[in-house]
Design a protein around this ligand. Sequence first.
Ligand SMILES: [Zn+2]
Length: 348
Amino acid sequence: MVHPQPLPDATPLTIITGFLGAGKTSLLNRILYGDHDHKLAVLVNDFGAINIDSQLVAKIQVDNTIELSNGCICCTIRDDLKQEVLKLTQREDPPSHILIETSGVSDPLEVALTFKYTPEVRIEAILTLVDAENVLAAAEDHRVLALNQIGMADLVIVNKVDLVDSEQLQRVHQYVQRINKKARTIDAIQADVPLDILFDGGYDPDRPEQFGRLDIHTHEAGHHHDHAHSTHATIFDTWSWQSGQPLSLKSLQKAVETLPTTIYRAKGFVYLADRPDEQALLQVVGQRSNLTFPGESWVSTPHSQIVLIGKAGSLDTGALQQRFDQTIAGQGGLSNLMETAFSWLRRS
Ligand SMILES: [Zn+2]
């Protein structure tokens, strides 16, 4: 079937994708805070019961940030995504550009195809972030996902290049090249890239079909046509933990450093006894954990919210509950930390 051409005044739409922890929210915030003339609207989809990413999106865009929870925009809530995008285009003061941040486990092809019969929008580009430190290891476990995310990219941003040596970086570039010869690539630290290239476009509406054909020969079982994310619902599990009691930094460090390696990603806000007035932000990606204080004071009652994403069937929720319950600080007084950033490596 021939799909309708985008209308002449179709709103450009950019899809930001990349595996868990690759830096999608950082890139989104760079764009939102950046110097450009676009009037942006943002849709954020997070894999997990609590949408941490939407809370991390720059507060300046609060009216134009739409949180899509209760499912994944590449499969279970594709229709919601389409409806939200259409509503944006029908606003009295519509955005000049729409950004979609997918969850780290979604297939950007499915997100792109959601708009195949929606001439009100025109897909401008698919941007894929790659974590230079973790992508090769992650791709061993999640080959289809890596192929889909990198294979569909118009621009591949190789992020966190400061964390790897030149040999690793070269291996990452070769890997990306093997999957996608057409995409432009750029190296970045903390998702810092020139904004011009992000709005450059490059999306070829015929590529999904080409990619789909190629797919049959290169993908193993579970390729996207029988997706129903089979690809992720059965590959990933998520679990979250919340508490209104302050946590001990030492115990939290211990809990995080010894997390099983089947947990790929953890993120969330932490209410720390050692620094109770400010939100701490916890990010666990691969073996690396960071706890930082972005300088936000609490808007509501202080509380911790941590979301974990791991291999399906590997999350022992009882043990995890106990692990995080043990981080709650004892009766000791609240101290005050001087340091504002901590980095821990997993020891498992
Ligand atoms: Zn999905």
